[in-house]
Design a protein around this ligand. Sequence first.
Ligand code: ROI
Length: 162
Amino acid sequence: MPCVYLGLGSNLAEPVQQLEEALAALAALPATTLAAVSSFYASDPLGPPDQPRYVNAVAALDTELPPLALLDALQTIENDQGRVRERRWGPRTLDLDILLYGDRLIDDPRLRVPHYHMHARAFVLYPLAEIAPADLTLPDGRALAELLAACPLAGLERLGAV
Ligand code: ROI
């Protein structure tokens, strides 16, 4: 079963609760096991600074769902939790991003994997490193350890394990 890494993020409507609810929904997906969850992190917003800090985490799933079926399921969870997104790069109740899908490179109009910004985002790389193998290499050849070494913490703050 492919191992899929997901990024979770929220900065509206009780972000920690949003993430906890999302994790429960992920654990209930068909043909899917929630294999690992990172600590939760507080992070400064990337994008317009006039929005609350985010809570971010990374989860690992073992799933038989193909990538676009998984994407549909994630969008359903986002919508079920009353996803609000007021503007591009603006605040949101819940973001679920497919970061990695096994070792696959996916270039679909709906889905790019690896996630196109993950290599430079502290709020993705540090939680990912908590739960991924130390020698993880992205399918495009980039080593997680190298990406981390080049990525300052930039205000990322660990909130503790779930
Ligand atoms: N900034 C942070 N810190 N965390 C996020 O999850 C996040 N998500 C986004 C944008 C608006 C780019 N900024 C973010 O989509």
